[in-house]
Design a protein around this ligand. Structure first.
Ligand code: GTB
Length: 215
């Protein structure tokens, strides 16, 4: 049996690969691990069976034998630990890779999510424009810091790692803005991630799933 990941039955991203099953798919493709998908509807996400897998009633989840995991960052880390090539062998470099994984989900993603909430949930508020501007300033600051940290390197740790999966995928969620393209090195970094064959297989799989069911 292959591992099973839960995905949106009908992803609101309409095949753009922006939901959080995408980093999990990408990591699985990088290590060459075949997987199955379990589509869940919005209603099913809040039912007991899914809440037992994911306490907040969300996707993605990952099931492999007795192991049931939630949190896309934790799932990617688990895949990286079991496979080859996604975490450095050296203990110190490995710890730094994990720190960058946390940075993607803990320091960059929260401001990205604030922007998504402002756009999708607060668009009708009279303070929407001011709030969006404040959030985008906050993101711009974070991206400036990230761009400095990345510098001329191809990847966060020099060599590609699981941290790049989480970071590139988080940055992709800003592609509807000019926030990334203000930094040539970040634009190139995101493009570099997107040209990896494993990214492309993961992207194609989620898009084919969406098109088959809703296209
Ligand atoms: N911290 C958790 C993790 O990383 O696994 C967050 C999981 C999460 O937010 N899951 C979202 C979900 O299940 C889907 S990915 N939402 C349903 C709910 O909460 O009821 C977030 C997402 C959704 C849609 C788009 N989009 O359309 O572009 C992008 C990202």
């Amino acid at each position: 049996m292959h591992p099973v990941i839960s995905v949106f039955a009908a992803s609101p991203d309409e095949g753009r690969g922006l939901a959080r099953d995408m980093p999990v798919r990408w990591a699985l493709e990088e290590v060459g691990q075949p997987y199955q998908v379990m589509p869940v509807t919005f209603a099913e996400m809040k039912e007991e069976a899914h809440l037992a897998r994911q306490p907040f009633g969300q996707i993605p989840t990952f099931e492999d034998g007795e192991l049931v995991l939630f949190e896309s960052g934790a799932i990617v880390l688990h895949i990286a630990e079991g496979g080859r090539g996604l975490l450095p062998d050296d203990a110190i470099d490995r710890a730094r890779a994990v720190a960058w994984m946390f940075a993607a989900v803990g320091s960059i993603e929260p401001v990205v999510v604030q922007r998504e909430s402002a756009i999708y949930l607060e668009g009708d508020k009279q303070w929407h424009k001011e709030r969006l501007a404040i959030i985008e300033d906050r993101i711009a600051n974070r991206l400036g810091e990230l761009a400095s940290a990345l510098g001329d390197a191809n990847w966060l740790l020099g060599e590609f790692s699981a941290a790049d999966i989480l970071m590139v995928q988080t940055l992709r969620r800003l592609e509807d803005s000019d926030l990334i393209e203000r930094h040539a090195n970040l634009s190139a970094y995101v493009e570099r991630g997107k040209t990896r064959p494993a990214f492309q297989r993961a992207f194609a799989a989620q898009k084919a799933f969406f098109d088959r069911n809703h296209g």
